[in-house]
Write a protein that binds this ligand. Sequence first.
Ligand SMILES: [Zn+2]
Length: 246
Amino acid sequence: MTQDQIDDIFRENIPAYALDALDVEDARAVKSHLQTCASCRTELAEYRALSETLLMMTPPKTPPAALRRRLQGQLPSAQKRSSPRFVWSFNQLALGLTLIILLALNVSSYLQIRALQKQQVQLASQLQNGQAAIAMLAYPDTESLLIKADNISGTLLVDKSRNIAMILVWNLPQLDSTQTYQAWLIDPQGKRTDAGIFRSQPSQPYTSATIFSANDLTNFVGIGVTIEPSAGSPQPTGQRVFKVDF
Ligand SMILES: [Zn+2]
């Protein structure tokens, strides 16, 4: 186990430790870990600060007995013996609120982790495209062709011997979620073959898309890109973004 993994185990127990809810053995383990770990001490201090904030909130006040009797005497139900009511003690209230806040913190951490995982997938695919581009550029038979259209410029890398092409374009506009970019391989008769869909990334100024063709690229004379409904189309239906002949 790495230090980080050990740390995670202790960190999970810190909220319970702060609430004195751990059994003796676990509490002792956390306590001895805290002596050696500054980040867990910080975590504990944060939870304690949170609990203290809750404890400082105005506790429900009990009216003075005389006032209470007088008020109760004026109520229509005064003659009836009041049934015992469940009253939250101050500690129960504080514990309840603490649990709600801890729950909220957990939910927010979970959402953050999910966002990070999504970002990680995007970054991994960007990295993969970047590495593929470098590999293609290093290969002497790779053709490099200019992509030029309204407000869009870029490069099309074509490796006909290995049937790989890569689109690298700058300033490709963001599409809304109902649309996608779709690439097409164009044969000498003008027939289009689906070459995959791709989106532009909001986090970077250029967009890259790799095309691995099942057919020999020498059977084709160009690549086009259109805007299509988000799942892609069997044949181009939308506006053309650019076309490159090779
Ligand atoms: Zn720690």
